[in-house]
Write a protein that binds this ligand. Structure first.
Ligand code: ADP
Ligand code: ASP
Ligand code: MG
Length: 401
């Protein structure tokens, strides 16, 4: 079989752990498989590099940030290839560019355009294990780009799709996808299977076990993902097409996103075009806006609320400050979080949201914002209630049963 393995930061977090990964890769190779192995930077390394840059500048050039951050993954890729060779496994490390990953030119948030698989194929055909530095590519001018935080998952899925791998196995410190983050609710249950759509919602709503763009791409390219632990032999969770009978499950998981902030704007002049102007400016700066709420206006004034990732709040503030002539009052709150319930079963059932609201009320948790789609309900609440809310919802939908 032709398999892609991806090892995340914790799995390659020390030299010993890289050795452990080398052992696992060697075993898969000796079992007769052809392998491409995608690696993340050692855990904490990317954050450390970001801090290094911040020491010199509050707003470093994005091109230079890509040069800098891509180095973390290069370190692990080369070390793993060295470790494998020493074990008698012929291996070669490649940067994203050397592996043929071509992206657009948006530094620090690049999108993969194509993958020229020639170099990887040649090496695989020679019997070598190809070790690719995740999270990076090059634009058409050969400049290094990175794919956004958590982007090694995306590298792995994109490569699996491009080379037609039989599966993309993503290894981390949990042995699969659970009904909620097992660090928050120890009673969370591991799922043996989850559909792309549900996984995409969970990932987009804060379950960082898989990067959301990687799930989106896996669905598009029909890549079978298996989420596993690099520290055990446990079965893992398969992420694939929706299966018949899955709709009997009402809610399949709870997601928590602590890294959200709320922007509330009062006395906004209610004229055509105002929302467009504000949100266009935010989009131009690549700020991901979510959960937009606008009230019915009175006396030509309205209120407008929305959430943004906490890390983008300073930039959002700057933009909002430029609208002072149109906005009476503004409030920025990063002391919030977003809890969401996800399940394809919601499509055909009513009352799912009401159950969640009642459960929150019983715990005296005030819901500040709500948004729903066919297969999810999200609520913004005060940060301090995050764990309580997750556990309450987990139990009210009987996910621990
Ligand atoms: P890596 O560094 O290998 O990419 P991550 O830290 O990004 O791994 O993802 C693994 C973590 O995701 C786990 O340690 C776990 O706490 C968290 N997580 C959040 N939600 C879930 C979930 N529903 N199922 C499993 N893990 C989850
Ligand atoms: N090292 C990068 C990050 O920390 C990419 C990844 O680990 O997937 O975001
Ligand atoms: Mg990750």
């Amino acid at each position: 079989m032709l398999i892609v393995h991806k090892y995340g930061g914790t799995s390659v977090g020390s030299l010993e752990r890289i050795k452990n990964v080398a052992n696992r890769v060697a075993k898969a190779k000796r079992d007769g498989n052809s392998l491409v192995v995608v690696v993340s930077a050692m855990s904490g390394e990317t954050n450390k590099l970001v801090d290094f840059a911040k020491y010199f500048s509050p707003n470093p050039s994005k091109r230079e940030m890509d040069m800098l951050l891509s180095s973390g993954e290069m370190v692990t890729a080369s070390l793993l290839a060295i470790a494998l060779s020493e074990m008698g496994i012929d291996a070669i490390a490649m940067s994203g560019g050397q592996a043929g990953i071509i992206t657009d030119g948006v530094h620090t948030y690049a999108r993969i355009k194509t993958i020229d698989t020639g170099a990887m194929r040649r090496e695989i055909d020679r019997g070598r294990v190809v070790v690719v530095a995740g999270f990076q590519g090059v634009n058409q001018n050969g400049e290094v780009t990175t794919l956004g935080r958590g982007g090694s998952d995306l590298s792995a899925v994109a490569i699996a799709g491009a080379i037609g791998a039989d599966a993309c196995e993503i290894y981390s410190d949990v042995d699969g996808i659970y009904t909620t983050d097992p660090r928050v609710e120890p009673r969370a249950k591991k799922m043996s299977y989850i559909s792309y759509d549900e996984m995409l919602e969970l990932a987009s709503l804060g379950a960082k076990v898989l990067q959301n763009r990687s799930v989106e791409l896996a669905k598009k390219l029909n890549v079978k993902i298996i989420a596993k632990s690099s520290f055990s032999e446990a079965e893992g969770t398969v992420i694939g097409e929706e299966r018949d009978g899955m709709e009997t499950l009402l809610v399949s998981g709870i997601a928590l996103d602590r890294n959200q902030a709320r922007v509330s704007l009062k006395d906004v002049s209610d004229r055509p075009g105002i929302a467009s102007e504000i949100f266009t400016k935010l989009a131009d700066e690549n700020i991901n806006v979510d959960m937009i709420i606008q009230n019915a206006s009175s006396n030509g004034l309205t209120t407008l609320g929305f959430t943004v990732p906490e890390s983008e709040l300073p930039k959002a503030k700057e933009i909002i400050d430029n609208f002072d002539h149109d906005i009476g009052g503004k409030d920025f709150d990063s002391n919030i979080c977003k809890v969401s319930i996800v399940g394809v079963g919601m499509k055909s059932h009513s009352g799912v949201a009401a159950t969640a609201f009642t459960a929150m009320a019983k715990e005296n948790i005030n819901i500040e914002m709500i948004s729903t789609s066919e297969i999810k309900v999200s609520m913004v609440i005060e940060q301090k209630y995050a764990e309580l809310a997750v556990r309450t919802l987990h139990s009210v939908y009987e996910l621990d049963k």
